[in-house]
Design a protein around this ligand. Structure first.
Ligand code: FSX
Ligand code: SF4
Ligand code: F3S
Length: 387
């Protein structure tokens, strides 16, 4: 009995710390724990493990490099209202080097990068945004007198984890479009080893945040597919969860932009939609916290396959897609569902040891809370109904 009271008191104290530090309610906090566990593909009940991790928040140092890109990846994080990038920086990670957000410049910025690498040797997370040009010994992209090739190798050498954010860093993206005059290459190609990739141009900020929270909670990155993409976000074809799918199945297509079919929300396959050959959670995760329909197809434009190597920036936008593995939508459950690789027991143990995730938890709680307010369920793969 006394043990139970002790445990309850300890839990009360932990919640009080969380409530004060992150300024969220207990309800939001627990909603977050459930949401992040579900986002990461953990089994029911794992939210308790995530909750436990919150008590000992430790912000890992993050070094963020920019190469050949448009900065849309950072922009998409800045536009993620729940959480905001500011919250991410303050509560989840210690962003010790980020060229476009840094006040420091020149030698000062270089010194900050070097001192962060030295102080957190073997422990920092390296995030790379942008492709890396390898032609002519890498002269097409230089920062502080060093080529992107040399910089990424130097920074990756002592990193605990490397995350390639955006299609450019993941597989070359737009800069690698033929004839690829600079030899724009992916992080994995340059380092000669696989890294976690969050493709998309720009990628969903939530896919990046959930990946970081997974690392903080469990001390390791999430399970990935053969292209390095977290399975929790990239295991299903867009076509499988698209709200226009019923029109595809019924043979109702928009033939031209602005025609009757287009105005009635018919399927965009004949306008070149690459949903049938592109793996991503865009139709279920959505973008910009702005409510239903906020993704390319939802706005009436065909998916261009921006997350998919060999599709985005490789195939003509209006060329019809290859139909791949077409399966029924989520309303007809698959016999075998994709799950993250961490068992509940391992999750609980790892969470107890790693004990971080506090800020990330708060963010996703807020996100979930907002979704609940909007009347949308709080986890991915939810909001669809046929037009
Ligand atoms: Fe690439 Fe991200 Fe596209 Fe842009 O930077 S994935 S061009 S959104 O900025 O790297
Ligand atoms: Fe949706 Fe595109 Fe598939 Fe049509 S082809 S159902 S618009 S993903
Ligand atoms: Fe990109 Fe297609 Fe999603 S264009 S953002 S993968 S809907």
């Amino acid at each position: 009995m006394s043990e139970t009271i002790f445990d309850l008191q300890r839990e009360e104290d932990a919640f009080a710390v969380v409530e004060q530090r992150l300024q969220i309610s207990r309800r939001e906090f627990m909603q977050f724990c459930a949401a992040v566990a579900a986002t990461m593909g953990l089994p029911a009940g794992a939210e308790a493990a995530v909750a436990k991790a919150i008590e000992q928040a430790q912000r890992p140092s993050v070094i963020w490099l920019h190469f050949q890109e448009c900065t849309g990846c950072s922009e998409s994080l800045l536009r993620a209202e729940h959480p905001t990038l500011e919250k991410l920086i303050l509560d989840v990670i210690s962003l010790d080097y980020h060229e476009t957000l840094f006040v420091a410049a020149g030698h000062q910025a270089e010194a900050a990068r070097k001192s962060a690498m030295q102080a957190h040797k073997g422990k920092y997370v390296l995030v790379v945004e942008g492709a890396i040009p390898v032609k002519e010994n890498g002269i097409y992209c230089k920062i502080g007198g060093k080529t992107a090739v040399d910089l990424v190798k130097e920074c990756a050498a002592d990193a605990a984890a490397v995350i390639a954010i955006g299609s450019c860093a993941s597989w070359g993206g737009m800069p690698s479009t033929g004839p690829n005059p600079t030899g724009a290459s992916s992080v994995a190609e340059v380092l000669g080893k696989p890294v976690v990739t969050i493709p998309g141009c720009p990628p969903s900020p939530y896919n990046f945040l959930a990946t970081v929270v997974h690392f903080l909670t469990f001390g390791k990155l999430p399970e990935v597919d053969q292209l390095g993409r977290p399975k929790f976000a990239y295991s299903r074809l867009i076509h499988d969860n698209c709200e226009r799918r019923a029109h595809f199945d019924a043979g109702r297509f928009a033939i031209e932009f602005g025609d009757t079919g287009h105005r009635q929300g018919y399927c965009l396959y004949k306008l070149g939609c690459k949903g049938p050959e592109t793996f991503a959670n865009c139709p279920t995760q959505l973008f910009g916290d702005a409510g239903p329909g906020t993704w390319p197809v939802g706005c009436g434009h065909p998916c261009i396959g921006c997350t998919e190597k060999g599709v985005g920036f490789a195939k003509p936008i209006h060329q019809t897609a290859v139909l791949k593995n077409v399966v029924p939508p989520l309303s007809y459950p698959r016999i075998v569902e994709e799950q993250g690789g961490t068992s509940f027991a391992a999750a609980a143990a790892l969470a107890a040891i790693a004990g971080a995730a506090a800020g990330g938890a708060a963010m996703l709680a807020k996100n979930l809370g907002k979704q609940a307010e909007d009347g949308k369920p709080g986890t991915p793969a939810t909001n669809q109904k046929a037009d």
